[in-house]
Design a protein around this ligand. Structure first.
Ligand SMILES: Nc1ncnc2c1ncn2[C@@H]1O[C@H](COP(=O)(O)OP(=O)(O)OP(=O)(O)O)[C@@H](O)[C@H]1O
Length: 231
């Protein structure tokens, strides 16, 4: 579904993504792990076309997208929930969701009922401003907004950061449900290991901009954790 091969990216003279190879098969839920500053967010942004890459390929759904604009990638079916959520604080929940309708492939003009089914709190808070929501509710809004586009895969950058445990649990359940019931592929950047273990099928560990290890989630042993993840 998503195949990244030999991807190199630089910020000025700093080589950030270093020959990254990573793939997400159809319906797979993969967690990208790694310490702070290793390049996880940069990789997500590169997949979305928000940073220029120097070399390498990104293929999505059989198409080469490496040089496509962000809007084109979103329309092709890559949903993105950025770190820090980036919702519009002065717009209502409903308006935040409606903005994403512009990117629908099928021209739908109504927020799909499924979004409110997945996140009932968004229905309750429909007329409230985004900025009035709690961090956890804003995260649910950010995920809901990405889902309005009807993506084939979803990229999430640290969706549990700064969120209270009951909502973290709820988000985990929604991701599993989307993945299991609807076959949505998910690439998740995550720092919380118990959460990653709970939701992901497979892991990929990044260090200094390179994928150092991948495997089934059950194979993420203490040695790998100590070597690449413990701070
Ligand atoms: N816009 C930018 N300009 C220059 N350097 C940047 C920029 N954004 C990130 N970097 C640098 O690139 C490196 C990778 O950052 P990135 O945010 O991708 O890492 P990360 O693994 O997502 O970290 P975190 O877990 O802290 O979010 C870091 O050294 C960071 O300082």
């Amino acid at each position: 579904m998503l195949d990244i091969t030999g991807l190199n990216q630089y910020y000025g003279g700093s080589h950030i993504l270093n020959h990254v190879n990573l793939s997400l098969a159809e319906g797979e839920l993969v967690c990208l792990l790694g310490r702070n500053g290793v390049g996880k967010t940069t990789l997500m942004r590169a997949i979305m076309g928000m940073v220029n890459v120097r070399s390498g390929d990104i293929q999505f759904d059989g198409t080469q997208i490496t040089r496509q604009a962000t809007e084109q990638r979103a329309r092709a079916g890559i949903g993105y929930v950025p770190q820090g959520r980036e919702i519009f604080p002065l717009l209502t929940v409903e308006e935040n969701l409606k903005l994403a309708l512009a990117g629908r492939r099928d021209g739908l003009r109504k927020i799909p009922a499924q979004i409110y089914d997945l996140f009932p709190v968004l229905l309750e808070m429909k007329h409230r401003r985004g900025g009035d929501l709690s961090g956890g509710q804003q995260q649910q809004l950010a995920i809901g907004r990405a889902l309005v586009l009807d993506p084939k895969i979803l990229l999430l950058d640290e969706p549990t950061e700064g969120i209270q445990p009951n909502i973290v649990h709820e988000i985990g359940q929604v991701l599993r449900r989307l993945n299991r019931e609807l076959g949505l592929g998910v690439l998740l950047v995550e720092q919380k290991l118990p959460f990653a273990r709970q939701v992901a099928d497979r892991f990929a560990i990044m260090e200094r901009g390179h994928i150092q290890a991948t495997g089934a989630m059950g194979d993420l042993n203490e040695e790998l954790v100590q070597k690449y993840l413990t701070v």
